[in-house]
Design a protein around this ligand. Structure first.
Ligand code: MG
Length: 302
């Protein structure tokens, strides 16, 4: 039997949020519906943050209102505080994602808060989400390296993850926010983290900034991770790594996983078509490789 790997598609939120141009609401809705049609069942669709700080996400409520109700699909909203949580609940998100970081320098630059403050926000909101019947998960940014503090000790990530796990997230994610991780590092961190999480599942979020994301994803699944983030076309950079390739591309990941004997439930051909469609809408190339080369063996659509 094929082992199942779950993909969380982050393109409509994490991807678009890190791009300079703003995609119009109807195009976002078409993008999400194409992804769901391809088989994606968890999609980051919006972030409920200050629209002055993140104009790409100013239409969060309109996006949620335009999405069809699908009990089999989790529409994930990013929230950083109580106000964002209340907006996400009112908009109908079925899952929220929160964020902390492995270093204070990154937490301050990215969220304007210390690690302690972001953990406190998680500890405040997780029980509210549980009471409201909303799935809640949390990501530790810069778990593999920080643009300001350099190397990040695994012990630091483990200590933060232990504290986050106490408030019972549906999972904890570790993010290679600036794309510095290598597979041996991924294997080592995942192997140390999994036993420390009291059964809370681990998700991994890789960036392809230095061309190691697919290799890192393979290392993560071989070490026991069942859920990976990725972004259609590989869109979404990092504001701290200008001009760098961003999130690992969903179609690049799907190609590797399906050819390696893993099942995702997502149609590679449809993902490639969606990446090419997005490229046309935005009028500039997407970074992924499989959207250019197509799958293998060749099929008529791809
Ligand atoms: Mg990302």
């Amino acid at each position: 039997m094929l082992r199942r790997i779950e993909i969380v598609e982050v393109g409509p939120r994490d991807g678009l949020q890190s791009e300079p141009d703003v995609l119009a609401t109807p195009l976002k809705l078409e993008l999400i519906s194409r992804l769901v049609d391809a088989g994606v069942r968890r999609v980051e669709v919006a972030s409920f943050v200050n629209p002055k700080r993140v104009p790409q996400m100013a239409d969060a409520e309109a996006v949620m209102a335009g999405l069809p109700k699908r009990p089999d699909v989790q529409y994930v909203g990013l929230v950083l505080n109580r106000r964002g949580f209340d907006r996400a609940v009112a908009a109908g998100c079925t899952e929220i994602g929160m964020v902390t970081a492995a270093t204070d320098s990154f937490a301050q630059r990215n969220q304007g808060a210390s690690i302690e403050e972001t953990i406190a926000a998680w500890e405040e909101i997780a029980p509210l989400a549980h009471a409201a019947g909303i799935r809640a998960q949390v990501t530790i940014s810069v778990s593999f390296g920080c643009p300001f503090e350099g190397e990040v000790a695994p012990s630091r990530v483990i200590e933060i993850a232990r504290r986050l796990a106490a408030a019972k997230p549906v999972e904890i994610a570790i993010a290679d926010t600036i794309g510095v991780a290598v597979p041996t590092q991924v294997t080592a961190l995942v192997e140390q983290l999994l036993p420390a999480l009291n059964g809370v599942p681990l998700r991994c979020h890789f960036h392809n900034t230095r061309n190691t994301a697919v290799a890192n994803a393979y290392a993560a699944v071989m070490a026991g991770v069942h859920t990976l983030d990725s972004s259609v076309g590989g869109i979404g950079g990092c504001p701290f790594a200008p001009n760098a390739t961003g999130n690992v591309a969903t179609e690049d990941l799907l190609y590797m996983l399906s050819r390696s004997g893993f099942e995702t439930g997502i149609d590679l051909g449809k993902l490639i078509e969606t990446a090419r469609w997005l490229q046309e809408q935005r009028g500039k190339p997407v970074p992924s490789m499989v959207s250019k080369a197509g799958g293998f063996p060749k099929r008529s659509a791809a």
